[in-house]
Design a protein around this ligand. Sequence first.
Ligand code: IMP
Length: 198
Amino acid sequence: MRVFVATNNPGKLRELRAIFAGSGWDLESYLEYAEPDEGPISYGDNAALKARALRAQLEAAGIDGGVLGDDSGIEVTALAGRPGVLSARFGGAAASWEDRRMALLRELASEGSDDRSARFVCVLHFVDRAGREFSARGEIRGSLATTERGSAGFSFDPIFEYPPGARTFAEFSEEEKNAVSHRARAAQALLDAVRAAV
Ligand code: IMP
């Protein structure tokens, strides 16, 4: 099945393509995809917003296929769950991924808490060719490292240890991360829901 992914983040697309490999879903990007403005609402609302926006853009271009929206974030317990849905813009719109990691570690240090626990959350929203909508969520609990380690993955991966105190996601191979990640868990739940509805 041909499925377009509503993202401009190559790291996410790469992971999703690997996760869905062998599922019968053939994931591709739409280069002209114009990302809608996300609200500080919820992962589910944002994922649906992205999927529906891409569907409308594809329809306008006369392209047929399913669409998949992904909204995700990192939630730090000692920061009351921040940055959460605002993760992509944490530290300012112009910040690099490294800037965002440093900003998060600084904010946790200034909180003065010993609790370094955190989780990644992902919601996937799928609209099939007939317009039916499905949503699924996945999460993974770990902890924040004190300094970054590793060079794989993207964004907060170099400071996210899984399990707590062990390697960071940036020290995982792609296969290892995709075996346990919030995105892989959401994908499995989504595939189960879609297959159950057929
Ligand atoms: P959005 O879903 O595109 O709005 O952005 C989610 C943001 O959450 C990303 O830009 C990252 O900062 C963070 N994030 C979500 N999933 C991951 C992951 O697997 N690794 C590292 N950072 C992630």
